[in-house]
Design a protein. Structure first.
Length: 55
């Protein structure tokens, strides 16, 4: 990321998410889900688009 306001790309945070998983194998699933959404914004947005289309 070049700018603090830029949305992170999926690959930018994926390694940090992997490190989190290794360090916190029994973490709260709600917290893990939030971290996953932050690490994978494009995937999250795609799921939201699919949900709107299906509704």
């Amino acid at each position: 990321m070049d700018d603090l306001t830029e949305t992170p790309h999926e690959s930018d945070l994926a390694s940090l998410l992997t490190a989190w998983d290794l360090a916190h194998p029994t973490a709260d699933p709600d917290w893990r889900h939030l971290l996953d959404e932050m690490a994978n914004p494009d995937t999250t947005q795609a799921f939201h688009r699919l949900a709107r289309t299906a509704a």
